[in-house]
Design a protein. Sequence first.
Lengths: 1066, 356
Amino acid sequence: MPKRSDIKKVMVIGSGPIVIGQAAEFDYAGTQACRSLKEEGVEVCLVNSNPATIMTDKEIADQVYIEPLTVDVLKQIIIKEKPDSLLPTLGGQAGLNLGMELAESGFLAEQGVKLIGTTAETIFRAEDRQAFKDTMEKLGEPVAASLVVNTVEDGIKFTNTIGYPVVLRPAYTLGGSGGGIAHNQAELVEILTNGLRLSRVHEVLVERCIAGWKEIEYEVMRDANGNCITVCNMENIDPVGVHTGDSIVVAPSQTLGDKEYQMLRTSALRIIDELGITGGCNVQYALHPESFEYCVIEVNPRVSRSSALASKATGYPIAKVAAKIALGYTLDEIPNAITKKTFASFEPMLDYCVVKIPRLPFDKFITATRKLTTQMKATGEVMSICNNFEGALMKAIRSLEQHVDSLMSYDFCNMTDEELNEALTVVDDRRIYCIAEALRRGVSYEKIHNITQIDIWFIDKIKILVEMEQRLASEELTVELLKEAKRIEFPDNVIAQLNGKLTEEQVRKMRYDNGIVAAYKMVDTCAAEFDAMTPYYYSVYGSENEAVKTNDRKKVLVLGSGPIRIGQGVEFDYCSVHATWAFAKEGWETVIVNNNPETVSTDFDIADKLYFEPLTNEDVESIVNLEKPDGAIVQFGGQTAIKLTEHLMKIGVPILGTKAEDVDAAEDRELFDEILEQTQIPRAAGGTVFTAEEAKEVANRLGYPVLVRPSYVLGGQGMQIAFNDEEIEMFMDIINQIAQDHPILVDKYLQGKEIEVDAICDGENILIPGIMEHIERTGIHSGDSISVYPAHTISQDIKDKIVDYTERLAKALHVLGMINIQFIAMDGEVYVIEVNPRSSRTVPYISKVTGIPIVDLAAKAILGHKITDMGYKPGLQPEADYIAIKMPVFSFEKLRGAEISLGPEMKSTGECLGIAKTFEEALYKAFLGAGVVLPKYKQMIITVKDADKPEALEVAKRFEKLGYTIYATRSTAKYLQDGGVDARWVNKITQESPNVMDLILGHKIDLVIDTPTQGHGDKTRDGFLIRRNAIETGINCITAMDTAVALATSLESATTEYTLVDVAKI
Amino acid sequence: MKAFLILEDGTVFEGTSIGSTREVISEIVFNTSMTGYLEVLTDPSYAGQAVCMTYPLIGNYGITPDMESGRPWPDGFIVRELSRIPSNFRCQGTIQDFLVKHDIPGIAGIDTRALTKILRDRGTMNGMITTNENYNFEEIQPKLKAYQTGDVVSKVTCESKSVLPGAGKKVALLDFGAKKNIAKSLNDRGCEVTIYPAHTKAEEILKTNPDGIMLSNGPGDPKDCGPIIDEVRKLYESNTPIFAICLGHQLMALATGADTHKLKYGHRGGNHPVKDLETGHVYISSQNHGYVVDTDKLDPKVATPAFVNVNDGTNEGLKYTGKNIFTVQFHPEACPGPQDSGYLFDRFIKMMGGNQ
C-alpha cells in the first residue's frame, strides 16, 4: 500500500522531561520518526516540553513547540497549526495518554485531525485493565489472575480462590508504595490494609504471583495490511519481580528452545493483530521455567524503552519504520536501511549477544533502598555487544561508569557464609557480584538457582568468569591464557590486578606483541547473510576484523557521554550529536563511540561510523589503533569524555579544542587559584584537602558553613554544605568510600544569587549567547535550580562584570570551543563558583531560546573559524524577546527512601521549559510542564526551619490570598498566626491523631512546603517522613523558600490562554 | 583436540573438535536461525551438507524431544561456541554426546561470521572437517572439488510405509526426507496420514484413493531425483489434491516442465519474508533450500507463481492452473522457525473438501 495522500502535516508528541521510566529513548525514537516523516515530504509539528532533546531542534521538525504537555496546550497548538494528523505513539506513556484524551474528548474529530499510528480503541484495549483482560481472554492468551478490591475481606476471599502468594498493587500510588507480595493471610491483611489507605481511590489490585518465572519480551511490528514481524526477543536474567527496566537483559533469549521461542512469538503476533496496531508494540511475558505455561504481563502499544534497546541490539530502526507505517506504507515497501537490499518485512537475525545493564542512581541517593522491585528505579542503561555472553557482560559492567570493571568490583569476600547466603536473597543491583562471590566459595548452581531463580545457564556463565579470575590470579600469564581472558573481555587492568606481577601497561604490551587485539564486527540485521552498508561495529577478540578503512578525509573521534544518570543527561547526547553534524559539515569523517542504547548518538546514521563500545581508556585505545583519528573531541561528552582526555593524549591523539592542561587548570584547585589571581577575579576562599582532619582545619579557618566536594565530578556528586566538624567527618567519609585520585575541595559557602553562562571562545573573542539567573539562592545545585533567561533581576553593572570575567577566564584558560561558568552575585560583587571548559547541561536550552546554534559554532571555532566570520558580533548577544525558564524535574516518587530536600548535590533527572513573553507566564508554564498542576484542593502544609519563618510568612500570605487553607505544625503555625495568617495547627507525626500524616493520607493536600533543618544530618525524622509520604502520595513538595515564592508568583498569574512560541522560528 | 575446516578455495579455519573426530567432506552451508539448532540437526534436508550456525551460542538448552527425525543428518556441524552446560526443563543431554553417539564430526571456536561471509560472497562450496593437523591441501583439494551430494533422498527416506491414524481426510505423504512436523501438522488437523518411502510408485498410492497427497521436503539437487519426478508427474495427472513443500515443490515443477537452478548460497533460516501474491500479505517463513524454481520458464497454462521472496524476488510457491495443486518452497511446518504459514495446511484440508 503506498503512502496515504491525506497526510500532509503531522503533529508529533514527545515524552516531556526525563524521569525514571521515561528517558532519552523517546528522544531517540521521536528524532528518528520525525526525520523519517520529513524524508517523506510530510510537514512535522513537534510538541515536547523538554528543551534538552534533539527532537526539539529546528532541523528535526518544521514547527517546534517547547510547551507544557497538557491537553489544553495541545488543543491550542492544534488550533493554531492545523495539523491533519496526530502521531501519539512516540512520546512514551505521556504522549499516548494525551493522544487518547484528545481523541476521546472528540476534539480531534472536531478539528478534522486523524489519529495515526494507532487508534483510540487500540490504546484503550491495551491500556485499560479490564478491556485488556477481555481481549486476552477472547484470544485465549493467559494473564495472571487478578481482581481489584476495595476491602480486606474481598482481598482474602479472592486470594483464597487463586492461592498464595499474591502481589498487591495499590491504585494511584507512586513508586509502588504500599504494594508487596503476601505469602499468607497475616501478610495479606497487613499489606492490604496499608495499601488501601495509601490509595487515593481506595483500590488495590490483588494478583496471582508469578515472581520467579522467566521474563521474556518481544518487539513486534505490524502494518495496516496486517503483516507482522518480530524485531527481537529479549530475556531478563532477573526473573519476574524486577522491573524490566531494572533487569539485566540479554538479546536474543538464551535459554529458550525453538518451541518456547515460537510459542511466545506466535502469541505476540496474535496479540498485535487482534489489537490492530499499526506500528511497533512490545509484549512482555512470564514463562514458567519448568513448563510451557506462560502469562502475558503487559502490552505497550507504542515505541518504548525496550524498542529502543531492540533497535540498537538488532540494527532494525523501529521508530523509523513505525513512522513510515503510520503514513500508510507496508513493511514490504520499506527498505531495510542497513542492508539497503532487503526490506523491513523480515526478522533480524543476530550473530552476537547483547547485554543491557541498568544504570541505577544509588550512588546519588545513598539513603534510598537498593532493593529492585516492579517499580523501575534506573535512570539509564548501557548496552554491550560481543559474540559471547561473558564478554558482553564484562563490557556492559565497565560501561556503567560506577567504578566497576569486573565481578570483583563489589566486594563480598568479608562476609561469612551465612551472611553471604542472606545477601543472595536480596534482590538489588549488586546481585550478580554476590552470585560471583558465592561461586568463588563453591556454592552449588542449584542452591544459587533456588535462591535467586536465575537460570543455571547464566549462573554457569558467571562461573566461567570466576574461573578466569582464579586462573589469572594463580597461573602464569601465558599467551594462551591471555587470549582466553580477552575473548571473554577481561580488561587489561583487571588482568594485571589479578596477576599481581605485571602492570596494566605490561599486559597491554604483551597483547600487542602477540597480536592479541580487538577486532570489529558489524551489526547488520541479517547475520552476514546479505552485504550490509552500515558501519555499526562492536569489538570481539580472536576474530577477523571487518571495520574497513573508509576514505582519506580528516577524521574526528567523538566520545559520547555513556549512560544517562543524574548530572549527565540527554543534554550531553544533544551536544555530541550536534558536534558530529558540525564536523561532518566541515568535511570531516566522523566516528562516534558510545554505549547508551537510548540515545540519538548511537543511531547508525548519525556519524560515518559508530562503535558501540565501553568508554574506557583501553576500549577507546583499541578503536584509535584501528581508526587512527586526526583528533578527538571530548568537550561535548560530559565528564565521561573528559576523563578519557589524558589517555588519548598519551596514545598520541590530538585533543581538538581546549587543551587537556587547560581543562586541568580549571579543575585543579591550585592551578585555578593562580589563574584567578592572574585575572583578578574573586572567589570564595577555600582549600584542598585529602583527609577529614585537613578538611576540619580548613573549615574552621574559613568559618562555617563550608562547601565540601570532590573535584572532577559532574552534577555536584558528593557535594555538601557542612555546618560543623561532625558533618565534615560524615561527608568526607562518604566521599572517600570511593578512592579519590584528586583532592577534595573545601570552600567558604556564600549565599547569593547564582548566575550561569555558557560561552564560545575562538581563541581571540568570546560569544555569550545569554546570561541565566537562578531562582534559588546558591547552595542548591545549578541543575536543580529554576533557571531564567535572560537574567532579569541583576543590574547592568553585574552583567558587564560577568561578561568581562567570562572573557578573562576563557582567555586565561586558552579555551577553544565551549566554556561554562557559574557565578555568585552578592552585595554588588561577582564571585566565581566554578569553571568548566566544556559543554554544559544548559547548552541545548540556551541554543533553542536564543536561536544561536552554540555547538555548531563551538565546533567551527575549534576548527579555526572566527566568531566574526560566522556572522556574530563578539560578546554578549542581544537578549531574546522571550523569557525562557528551565524547570528541574525530579523522580523522587520512584526511589523509596531517597531524601528529597535539595542541596549542592544534583538530584533532578530532567527538565522542562516555560517560554513566554512575560516572566510570570513563563514561570507558570514551566511549573505546568513539570507536572505542578495547581490548585486542586487549595489546602497546603507549611513546616519550616526557624531561619525561613519570615519568608514563609510572606509566602503563606500569598497562598492565603490565592484561597489556600494553610496547615502548619506547632511553631510554624504560631509564627504564621502571629503574622496574621489564619494557619491551622496540626499535630506532628509523633503526636496523637489527627496529625500531619493523617492530613497527607487524606489525599486532599495540594502542596507541602518543608525546609529541612540545615545540614545533611537532618535528624528530625519527622521532616523526612513528611517529605517522603507527600511524594509517595503524589503531593507537590517544596524544600526551598525561593521555589515556594516562585510557585506563588506562578499561581497568581495562572492563565488558560497561552502565548505559543514556535521555537523553530527564533 | 584441534580441528580444521578446510574450504575448497583454500581457506582454513582452526578450531576445536566437537562430536566425532572422524574426517568428513561435505557441502558447507549456513543457517541463520537463532533457536532451533536441534530441529536443524535432525532435518533430513541437511543430508549431504555440513551446517554452520551463524548464531554463536549453540547448545544452550541441550537435547530435548524436539527432533524432526530419528537422528541428526548433516555430515558436519560448525559452531562458534558450544554451551558448556545445557539448561532446560526438558533437557535430555548435550549436543556433544548427541554428535558423538551419531558419529557426526564438528568444529567449534571458529569465526563463523567470517565463514558465512565467504560463503555469501563466493557461493556455497565444499569443505572438509578434520582433526589431522598434518593435512596436505594439494591432496585434499581435488577431493573437495569432486564432492557431490548425490542421491541423498534414498538415504533419508523411510524404509517402509507407516500410518498415523486419524478420523479425517486420508493423506498420502511421500517422504523425501520429511520433517516430522509435516505429518504431525496434518495429523493434528485430524488427517489419517500414510507415509510412503520416496520411491513408491504413483499407482500404489493412487490405488488407495487418498483424499490428498503431500509431497515432503528433502535434501539434494531435485534433478538428481529422475525416477521420482516421473512418479510425481503421474500424481499430477491424477487430479488428486496435492500440497508440496520444498523439494516436493521443486519436483512437481520439474515434473510439469519447469526448471530449477542452484542459488548462490541458498536460504536457510527462520526470517525469510514471503509474499502471498493473491492477498499481498507477507509471512515470515522458515526456509532451507539451495535450489529454486525458475519462474521465467514457467508456462502459465501449467502453473503461476503464488508466493515470492520479498528479499530477492525468487519463487516461493506455485499454483497449478486447473488443478487442485499448490506447492511452496518454504516450510509451513516450521520447526524450527515461525509458525505464520501454518494456515496452508488448513488450506490443503479445505482443498480436499474438509472443514478446516
